[in-house]
Design a protein around this ligand. Sequence first.
Ligand SMILES: [Zn+2]
Length: 229
Amino acid sequence: MIRSLMHMFFPALCAACGQPLHSSERMICFGCRYRLPRTHFHLQRGNPIEQIFWGRVPLKAASAYYYFRKEGRVQRLLHQLKYKGAAELGREVGRMYGRDLSRSPVFSSATLVVPVPLAAEKQRIRGYNQSTVFAEGIAERLQLDMQAEGLRKIQHNETQTRKSRYARWENVSGIYQVNTSMNMHGKNVLLVDDVVTTGATLESCARALLQSGAESVSIACIAAALRNY
Ligand SMILES: [Zn+2]
């Protein structure tokens, strides 16, 4: 009863459209669950996300759940995830995507889920890593092991915003490492991040995993910021 009274006076809002949720809805309203712009790239070989990495690092597959559009529902959702302490929302979106990925043999045959790590300082301030909570939801739905500490960021690149695009790319490559206590040998790793844009961070992470003996690397992100879409 307290819950329904609370709901009456302080209705929870949908994380994507900001409208009050119906009492039977959780975190994202039914309308948004239906209308959020899914890419369906997990069913499409040679999709635009895979093309980002062609000639850079060999991947088994790559996909993103949604198209990222400025001012849209996906942007609002990502903002909630990053800055509003919405860890459970991240898990829910991960479960939603996990349901889709379970229908793709190439993704469901992964054996280990590893999120892209945040710099330790950022994670301390934010309290959690949005890629990790998304990865937790995917791992839960696909019933896979997850290794949140599989990768680590080995140096600060705080001067990044002052550098040119090329210098920035140089700056990011090689700064991710597999934690020495982790055994990646023979694993089919599903590498998880929030937004894919240039792919520089993911490329660096994928390379580190393969160099540490991973059998294969696939990529799953929440959203893809692509030109021409
Ligand atoms: Zn909504």
